[in-house]
Design a binder for this molecule. Structure first.
Ligand SMILES: C[S@@+](CC[C@H](N)C(=O)[O-])C[C@H]1O[C@@H](n2cnc3c(N)ncnc32)[C@H](O)[C@@H]1O
Length: 337
């Protein structure tokens, strides 16, 4: 999934820091996990803990981190992904109007153009089915979150947006006119009990401990809850009150890491409370926390401080241009715990 600040292109760089600095470790915590690509990548090496403030991220975490195999859907008795992909228009149209939250709010029927009416109806049908199966105990927790993750991963491919859900396009993008297709997700079995959380990282940090803590907080003022609100609403499917032209959810938790006056205090609190031997932080030269301030906090609580700068030419970003050279940073510090 395209995601602001995704570390998909930096996995090798993070691994090189680990190989240089960490000799023996068994556990890895990705405390701001977003798309979960970091936790997923290191699942082959460690027992994993993941966490994010956003519930849609938690659904993906549960599917690919807590699950160690693709669920079998034995109680259901058939393959739900194949079933969803073969739904006829007639079946979809049987869905009662009051169960069509996405149609009524994210398609032209609700005066928004995030999704075509056809794709919005399919999402509503799938979302209602998944909930119904869970209520009737036809699917277990692992199966429930697996199906939610499969649905969430498919939606961006047919969304009429340019990058995020901060706004929809005024005209239909070609890909948004394609049919929504669900695809199975690969799941790696590391034979360990891995855990997913949906909490404020600053609260979770007081309850966990381990070897490697990977921290990838937001680095600017763009709140993730606003930029991915549609995925959050599909994941929660809680009939929220939406506001404004863009359909933002009301009363969403805002991250302190996106606010200049709270970010440093929250960051220091996180580092101070971390019961982990190795701390690895991803940040950007464009971030709202200054590099000097980050260094001061890390040195205050740890030793063996090192800063790695990732060559901007290798990190292809839309923001990167010849005048405006964004650098990705990876900080390392060891903590005596
Ligand atoms: C830079 S993104 C992480 C990207 C992720 N590493 C990836 O590759 O997809 C930052 C994430 O932090 C989450 N976040 C923001 N504030 C948080 C908090 N206080 N506790 C937990 N997660 C938070 C956001 O929802 C977002 O998913």
């Amino acid at each position: 999934m395209r995601y602001i600040g995704s570390k998909k292109l930096l996995l090798g760089d993070i691994e090189r820091v680990i190989d240089e600095k960490v000799k023996d470790a068994e556990t890895f915590c990705d405390i701001f996990s977003g798309t979960v690509c970091v936790g997923e990548y290191f699942k082959k090496r460690y027992k994993i803990t993941t966490n994010d403030l956003l519930y849609f991220s938690y659904c993906i975490q549960h599917a690919v981190i807590e699950n160690n195999t693709i669920p079998k859907f034995e109680k259901l008795g058939y393959n739900p992904v194949e079933y969803f992909n073969s739904l006829s228009e007639k079946e979809l149209n049987n869905l009662p109007p009051k169960k069509r939250f996405c149609v009524n709010n994210f398609s032209p029927c609700g005066n928004r153009m995030y999704l075509t009416e056809k794709n919005a109806l399919k999402i509503d049908f799938i979302r209602n089915k998944i909930e119904g199966w869970r209520d009737k105990y036809l699917i277990n927790e692992g199966e429930y979150y697996y199906l939610l993750a499969v649905l969430i991963e498919a939606i961006p491919f047919v969304s009429n947006i340019s990058g995020t859900y901060g706004a929809y396009n005024k005209f239909w993008d070609k890909r948004s006119l394609k049919d929504l297709i669900l695809k199975d997700i690969d799941i790696f079995d590391n034979g360990k009990e891995n855990h997913a959380f949906n909490e404020n990282g600053n609260e979770l940090i007081k309850k966990i401990s381990g070897d490697i803590l990977y921290i990838d907080p937001p680095y600017n003022k763009r709140q993730y809850s606003s930029n991915y609100h549609l995925l959050e609403t599909v994941a929660k499917y809680d009939n929220p009150t939406l506001r404004g032209v863009t359909g933002l959810r009301e009363n969403e938790t805002k991250s302190d890491y996106c606010k200049k006056n709270t970010v440093l205090k929250s960051f220091e609190d996180l580092i101070q409370n971390a019961q982990f031997k190795h701390i690895i932080l991803s940040y950007s030269t464009e971030g709202i926390m200054a590099v000097n301030d980050i260094e001061t906090v890390l040195r205050k609580y740890g030793t063996d401080y090192k800063l790695y700068e990732i060559d901007y030419r290798r990190f292809k970003s839309r923001e990167t241009s010849s005048e405006h050279k964004l650098k990705e940073l990876i900080f390392y510090v060891r903590k005596d715990v």
